[in-house]
Each structure stands twice: as C-alpha cells, then as structure tokens.
Design a protein around this ligand. Structure first.
Ligand code: SF4
Length: 223
C-alpha cells in the first residue's frame, strides 16, 4: 500500500471511530449519525430515501429501517413535495441538528485549524479524489451545487440547468445527487433519472465561466 493510501486508511479509521463515539453518546448506530449528517447538507433533489441509498451504497430496506428509527426518535421529519405529489423530503428536526453539534466534523475543523495554512488545493484535491472513487464504485458523484456544470447564474438568481428550476441561495450551497463536473456532463457516466417532461434550452454559465447550450429534460420523480 502506498503512503497516500495508508494515510487515508488511518484518517478513515479515526473518523469512523469518532462517528461511533458520537452515535454511542446518543444511543444510535453510526449509520444513523451518518444519515443525519448527510441530510444536513443535502439539497431538495437529494434529501430523499433513494438518494440516501445511493450516497451510502446501502439497500432501500436499510434506509427505510434507519429513517423509521430516526423519525421515531424525533430526529427527522417528513415533508411532502409541494409540486411532486409522491415525493417525500426528509428534514432534520432541532433534536436531529443537536445530535450533529460538537460531533466528529467539529473535530476535523479543530484538527485543520492547527495546520499552518489550509490550502485551497486541499479541498479541490479531496473533492476530485472523492468524485473519482465514487465513480469507480459506480455511484453518483454528489457535489456542491455551486460547483456543478449545470449551475447557472442569471440576473434573477441561480437556476439548475438540468431541471430548469430556480434555486434558492441556501440550496446552492448543499450537495446534490445529480451533480456533475465540466468534464462529465452526466453524473458518473450514467444518464440521470430523467424519464419525462419536455426539453428546455438554457444557457449555461458554469463555475469555470464556460458557456454552452444545454438541452436537458427536468428530473423525474426521484423518490
Ligand atoms: S445545478 Fe447541478 S448540483 Fe445544482 S441542483 Fe442542478 S443538477 Fe443538482
């Protein structure tokens, strides 16, 4: 094993240990805390059971059991989608957010703060590594909306070039199941879950400032 792989193995083991400790403090299993952490950062296309299954590479049955427990404990609540009848969004309750407070991600921030300087290239390199590993595993890449190839900025605000829908600023800072980079306009080399709807041309002004004409139908029901 090369040095970089060893370092990631140690980092992964330490983080997993911290997640286990966090979970035990709240009478939960690690996957419960991980799902809460995921929902805290997922956008409204991704706070869905099917996206949780994709993100963690677990079965829908496991997701259902996990969500049932989190709901029973008052850590997660369900909210029907105003426009797509069958779609149910999963949101953290105040109690769910409290579980994440002072958790393992805070310790990562502490550890990073003692470094002499946190180079921007570290974030970029880690993001690229993550996307690459997710692709190798056949998973969606899940990236921050603002850094997506489909992200559009217009005079009136932000818009998703894939769905044509307007995006609230807060949503643009979250991660999305349909994220893709400029090199791969379709996430992880697979067609996204697009099954219906008319095409709509939109002009892309992506993060790299490149312009392209896109014709993509909107999302199908993702739940
Ligand atoms: S711009 Fe990309 S990341 Fe943002 S909502 Fe659309 S597909 Fe998802």
């Amino acid at each position: 094993m090369n040095t970089v792989a060893l370092l990631f193995e140690r980092l992964g083991a330490l983080i997993h240990q911290s997640v286990r400790d966090d979970a035990a403090r709240h009478g939960l299993q690690p996957i419960h805390v991980q799902v809460l952490a995921y929902l805290a950062q997922a956008n409204h296309y991704s706070n869905l059971p099917i996206a949780i299954a994709d993100y963690f590479g677990i079965t829908r049955g496991t997701v259902s059991q996990t969500l049932a427990l989190l709901e029973r404990k008052g850590l997660v609540r369900k909210e029907a989608d105003a426009r797509h009848g069958r779609r149910i969004h999963l949101l953290l309750t105040d109690a769910g957010e409290a579980v994440l407070r002072d958790g393992w991600s805070r310790r990562i921030e502490e550890a990073l703060s003692v470094l002499p300087a946190r180079p921007q290239s570290l974030d970029t390199a880690l993001r690229q590594l993550l996307a690459s590993l997710q692709r190798l595993n056949g998973q969606h890449a899940f990236g921050v909306c603002r850094q997506c190839a489909h992200f559009l900025t217009e005079a009136g605000g932000a818009r998703c070039g894939l769905t044509g829908e307007a995006l609230e600023v807060e949503q643009t800072e979250r991660i999305c199941r349909e994220w893709s980079d400029t090199r791969s306009p379709v996430s992880c080399g697979r067609a996204p879950d697009l099954a219906r709807g008319s095409t709509m041309p939109v002009e892309q002004i992506g993060p790299a400032g490149n312009r392209a004409r896109l014709r993509k139908p909107p999302f199908s029901a993702l739940s």
